[in-house]
Design a protein around this ligand. Structure first.
Ligand SMILES: [Zn+2]
Length: 139
């Protein structure tokens, strides 16, 4: 599904160049971030602002067409984090070093696991960003 360029620009502007899931800043990576349909088109998700977010290619790929995932602690199948409906800070927090994301809720933990939000490559990048003084906690 092609997202009209005006809508893409709006989402990019709104999200300040960050992945709505892992919060990576696009400008500090070598990839162009994508516009994610939060509820996938295949599940009836609309191409409208309330269903779109900016996602790094890795988060987007791991998310795929999933809307739920298993929370590794409770083993319950729960809804994935919805960047337009849910508040990031209510589901996630940074560890003390600001390098790993901690899940605060079932949804937070399930989303971290499904999207591999603490994947090794990302942890390495965050370690570098931290040394450069890049703030990741702010949207
Ligand atoms: Zn991401």
């Amino acid at each position: 599904m092609t997202v009209p360029s005006r809508l893409q620009a709006l989402v990019r502007e709104r999200e300040n160049g960050r992945c709505a899931y892992c919060r990576s800043p696009e400008e500090l990576t070598v990839t162009r971030f994508e516009i994610d349909h939060i509820v996938p088109v295949s599940a009836g998700g609309a191409t409208e602002e309330s269903n779109l977010c900016m996602a790094c290619p890795s988060c987007n790929r791991y998310k795929g067409a999933h809307q739920t995932a298993i929370d590794p602690v409770s083993q319950q199948n729960v809804a994935l984090f919805h960047p337009r409906r849910d508040v990031w800070e209510e589901h996630f927090a940074w560890d003390e070093q600001q390098i790993r994301i901690i899940g605060l809720t079932l949804t937070g933990r399930a989303t971290i696991e499904k999207l591999r939000m603490n994947r090794q490559s990302l942890v390495r990048l965050r370690t570098l960003w931290r040394k450069l003084g890049v703030e990741l906690e702010k949207a």
